[in-house]
Design a protein around this ligand. Sequence first.
Ligand code: ATR
Length: 272
Amino acid sequence: MKKWYAVVGDPIAQSMSPVMHDQWFKENALDATYIPIHATAGSLEQTINSLRSLGCSGFNVTVPHKQAILPFLDEVDESAAVMNAVNTVYQTDEGKLIGANTDGAGFVKSLEEFTDLVKGSVLLIGAGGAARGIAFALQSAGYGPLYFTNRTASRSAELAADMKDGHAISIGDAEDRLGEFGLVVQTTSVGMNFAQEGIPLDPKKVANGAVVADIIYNPLETEFLRQAKQAGAKTMNGVGMFVHQGALAFEKWTGVYPDTKKMIDMITMKVG
Ligand code: ATR
């Protein structure tokens, strides 16, 4: 019987997850399809219950429901518990809905596909859910120490305190000490969709050849990445993270890790 999968969000029409997963089902000769579902905060519980009773094999959750969905699931795994947010749901044989989060691990996979990097000290810009997920995934993969800087200093201090070797520094100190980091990860929404103009910090003191990553993929190059590249960094946008978080979800559902390189090219073309 044909299986079906979904992504739940608000708005959802712009999501590239359906074309991505449908392409992977085709490439892997799997008889399945993937549909976008619009759910508001008020209709989320009903939507999840319907997905359960209509036999949805697995689904993704996106903005703004990544935290709100938690009470409607049967269990969450460690990745979702750490982030207190879910982006992927799969079903056990007994029909239990389990929430997972592949965002952080997706970032690390995309980083390691992009470059061979010494696992040294990292600067993360931002202290929201995205920063938290990426920080835990980097820590599990052996990166550190992890430095955090954020507009609201209390949030970076809190996140740093949750890490094994975490440190919070001011934006000014981060700008001055930028040359010490082999990897800089921009996780704020500054620069997204051209709506939030500006840069979260000045990248001109970045070390030559350091990797500077931005998790934003629309636009493909934020102003922050443009300036970091100009200052001598190797820059990576958020397309890889988007594709790998999807690939990790696809693997949970089907057991197959799909082709990510071709997909990164396809999504880049669609966005660009
Ligand atoms: P997400 O789950 O996407 O990380 P979030 O939890 O709302 O979303 O966090 C957004 C991050 O972007 C935060 O680090 C936020 O900084 P504050 O903690 O100071 O709010 C950062 N951010 C959003 N808009 C910003 C702006 N205009 N300038 C600087 N930082 C901004």
